[in-house]
Unconditional design. Sequence first.
Length: 742
Amino acid sequence: MRWPSARTFTLAVAAAFLLRQPISGSPTQCVIDTLGGTLVTGGFASVAGWAADPNQGAPVPAIEIRPSCGGPAEIARGGFRPDVMTAFSRPDFLWAGWTGTISLEHAPAGKCSFEVVALSESGEETSCGTREFVVRSVPPAPDPSPVRIAAVLLLRTAGLLAGLFLIGWAPARLFRCEPLVLAAPTMGLALFEIAAQLGARFHIRPAAAALGLTAISLSALALRRRRIRPPARLSSTTIATLAAAVVFAMAGVVPLSLHGEGAVLGDIDDASRECLVADSMARFGWSVPPGARGHLVIMREEWDKARGRQGGIFLLAALAQLTGSRSHEVHSPAMLGTGCLVVIATGLLASRIVRGRRKLAWAAPVVVAVNSVLVGALFGQHLGNLLGCAMMLFFLYAAIRLTRSPRLSAATVAPAALAIGAGWTVYPESMVSWAVAAAILVALAPGFERRKRALAGLALAAVLAVLVNPFGLTRAVRGLTGLRQGPSLESPYGRMVVGDTHYFPSIGVIPGLLPYHPDAAPSVGLFSRAAALVAAVLAFFCWRSWKALTGGEKGIVAALLAPVALALYANYRLQFPYGYAKFLLLAVPLWAVAFALLLSAGSVGRGLSPFRGGSRPPLATALLVVVTLASTASAFSVLRRASRAVPSYDSAFRSLPALADAAGRDAVLRIDEPAGARREWMIYFVGTNAVETNPSEVRYPGARHFLLVDRRREGRVPPGPVTLSTRHFALVRIPDTPGWRS
């Protein structure tokens, strides 16, 4: 094969560098609007404003907070600011808003100040201004040491994975899914979700379903007359996958353990609402007692009406009941364990696809474990997205087995059926991509007879999925129908506003060359230009390696990448960045498996090497090392931000249930908290009490009404005599009149 000339390649690389050169022009405009938060020792300061570049719009490349005390500090860009857009008549200023937090965990009492600085793409700084505030001395809520919190999180994560392995052990062995160590946990997840969905119909709690499945699996193993011993040694792919999952867990647990016991990271309300429904399942079962009120009842009713997906809720409810905890305490282990499952499922899929030649299947889980998109998903409260990603990988593994098998059997059809049935419960929004991938696998199967057999097998798997999880299918169809009819998705403007991601990230976050953040990925300085160089070399290598693949291998790569590429393109055309960001998580492991296959093709044969001599070109090895290092640097950026940012969850909220109990279950609470996500967590912790979110509407006439006040907020004095109080919160009796406002 003839390679392009060195001149052509050099010009391509130079063009990539030139495209990344910063544009100079007018200075950045930046303003500080508000300062608030709980300005006490152990609390945090919150600051907000807007910033825009007159030449390139908003958001600006980077903004920094530089405090004189306290710290660390972190900023999120890309906030919704229609007022700024209107004031300047600039549509590209719509996402000019930014919000920041300064941790006061180690700040002494007294005066403190900070400066906010906006950075242009060339690195030029523009001061947004300085502000001063006073830190009051208030003892923080007691928490165990981060080391102890991390140990508990890791033990619960290991317990989750071990439990799923036990559930899937016997079925994975029965259906000859290999490697067994990687197949059993993902099959266990599929079985649990199906059993939990059926249990919901027959009033069986998720914990009982999990224990029943474990008992059945262990009994089946014990009753086997001829025990099959595990392999004498694990394959290199299995060892690398397990090691990558351990590294992922050890790195991901660091931010989760730094914010207090039971902390849930992120600033949206997905987790608080899922935990409310899961707590209701774990506490009340399927028969809510008469007279019960509060959001433990209300949110569950609303979730059922909306036909919201229940996969993550079932998992949280089972973990909460089995550990004797509330759902928020097991949310982080559930996220961490599901992230590990994505790594494990990546290794499972790669071990099926990357065969022969010089095996580099182990590269796929390694690259995924350090990818910033997967690491960032841990801190974004998107548990359903993680579960859906793991299940899609398991489906692709089962579908490839089925379509490449010389004959149909229960061993090839059943795993695909279980994956489809579980998919309806965990994340049905992504299953169009499953269908596209299956269609490609069938169309590219070798020979008419093989295609006909593959189509029949997948059709049979779909029928079996309906039989094992009909209620999941019904709920998924109703939920998706209601979602499509939502008014927020009817226009491009509405789709841009929906969700917690309002921009289209660079495609470079998929291979890990750039870090992913929900606001706007950093693109300042040499790092982004180096990423462009690596991307050019990577595209060059993949193009050459593609030509060395067999026809069947090309079909598999197409089945892996085409569906998610179409999904990303469709979301881009619909101007729906939130949906685009969701599919990025699915793209990462699929890209990694395809990359491992291309690496294997590019690692053998003299014809593929631009260098003289040797059958293993150094370019493949160098690219793997560079991509891994770049991904690690990007993941570290995400971990650093998650460690520095102050989450909406607050350790002091743990005292709220006792305060609400003292007021009585018949008391009605109004929560004095302007931040929506923090207010949602406060509602979660007082979930058995009725909460009125609109003071102008009294829905409980004659009841005793109280205002719940956070005493740590700057300038917040309870508007009346305090009835009950703790160190951080107070309950103030208020008149029961419509139109009352604090």
